[in-house]
Design a protein around this ligand. Structure first.
Ligand code: HEM
Length: 373
């Protein structure tokens, strides 16, 4: 039984080893449990020499890495990764300090078909619960932030299927509204997550204590971002709803960079759907072809369902921006841009785009249209 079975019963896991959450969490292939329990202490003391020794101790022989099962390889990346971010937080480029980690990161990246460092999946979903939980600080607010992100993944996995189904349908199909209603149920978890964050993580704690652990690190001349919440792939949902045929340079650039941090099957989903036709476009076109004021019931139902999902996305983004703004306010922030490499202005643009799409869809149903001549 995995987390995904508990949260999304009946979800098809497609035989994906990356969804074998319980197995990955339980794995300790490098024997890192005791060492990582001491990590918050090393970070509190800013003890870069101890962190360097810890990383060197954990780095396995590259031959051993090649023999790891994929679930063990994911757990190994998780455990090495939290030391990478810790070293960088104290001003040390980890690969420069411990060069023998480079072939291991590259091999783990290859074995798992992911970037050659840890991602938000390693830090949250694949992180054990209870006493074995890997943390930079050991602070309750850090575990709350991890849990906030953890809680959305099962729903985003489920939304992949409903969005793929949506992409195959037209607004006149009864399944169109149904796929949107299911997507709405999944996306609601983003609102729950940000409400939980607002209630349990202070923006000052994020800005002053956590943000520095998510800095990028240099791996063979390429900068890779840390395992921050900005990697949560909400773009999976945007893509088929409105984004695939509505270009916005800032969001497009953010997506192009973010996609590499996601799971292989999600990257495939992105590649498959990015040249597609969005639900908003299909709906607007269908409505504009209707000559009379009264839309066919199926089309009206599709429009209402689409507006509902967009409204939920808008609610998440508005609340998220409020906390992000506080964490990046002049008085509080240590950095100008988020750990995903983008400024607050990006969040504003994406919120505006989401709102514009919602308004467009809502008006298409509400506005009295001119009868055909
Ligand atoms: C104190 C808490 C948080 C702060 C200060 C914060 C801040 C930010 C910032 C500044 C960005 C812009 C991109 C970048 O980082 O470079 C961003 C993006 C993003 N964050 Fe957060 N975030 C927080 C918590 C969360 C949580 C809990 C989630 C979801 C579970 C989340 C999901 C996202 C997503 C999906 C994006 C991409 C932009 C979008 O789709 O609207 N964030 N965040």
């Amino acid at each position: 039984m995995t987390l995904y079975d508990l949260v999304a019963p009946g979800l098809d896991l497609h035989g994906e080893p990356r969804y074998r959450i319980a197995e990955i969490r339980a794995a300790d292939p490098l024997g890192a449990d005791a060492l990582l329990a001491a990590l918050p202490g090393m970070n509190a003391d800013a003890d870069a020499p101890a962190l360097t020794v810890a990383l060197r101790t954990l780095v396995p022989d590259p031959d051993r890495v090649a023999a790891l099962a994929i679930t063990d390889a994911l757990a190994a990346m998780r455990d090495i990764g939290i030391l990478l971010g810790s070293l960088k937080r104290h001003g040390v480029e980890p690969v420069a300090a411990v060069p023998e980690v480079l072939p291991v990161l590259e091999e783990l990246g290859r074995r798992t078909d992911m970037v050659p460092r840890d991602t938000v999946h390693h830090y949250t979903t694949w992180n054990p619960l209870g006493g074995r939980r890997r943390m930079y600080t050991g602070d309750r607010m850090e575990s709350n932030l991890q849990d906030a992100v953890r809680m959305v993944f099962p729903s985003l996995v489920a939304s992949l299927d409903t969005c793929a189904e949506l992409a195959r349908l037209e607004p006149y199909d009864p399944g169109f509204a149904l796929a949107l209603d299911r997507t709405a149920q999944h996306v609601q978890s983003m609102v729950d997550s940000i409400d939980f964050t607002v209630a349990n993580v202070s923006p000052v704690f994020f800005a002053r204590e956590m943000r520095s652990y998510f800095e990028e690190i240099d791996i063979a001349g390429v900068d890779y971002l840390g395992p921050a919440a900005a990697q949560v792939p909400l773009w999976l949902v945007d893509l088929t709803l409105w984004q695939c045929d509505r270009s916005n340079p800032a969001y497009d650039a953010f997506l192009d960079d973010s996609v590499q941090y996601s799971l292989p099957s999600w990257r495939d989903h992105y590649a498959k759907h990015k040249g597609g036709t969005s639900a908003v476009y299909k709906l607007s076109a269908a409505v504009s072809w209707e000559a009379t004021d009264r839309l066919p019931p199926q089309l009206a139902a599709s429009a209402l369902s689409l507006a509902r999902v967009l409204r939920i996305l808008k609610t998440f983004r508005a609340r998220h921006m409020t906390i992000a703004r506080k964490a990046y306010s002049d008085e509080v922030r240590l950095y100008d841009v988020g750990s995903g490499g983008a400024p607050i202005a990006l969040l504003r643009s994406v919120l505006d785009l989401t709102r514009d799409n919602e308004t467009l869809v809502r008006r298409s149903v509400e506005r009295p249209r001119t009868p055909a001549a």
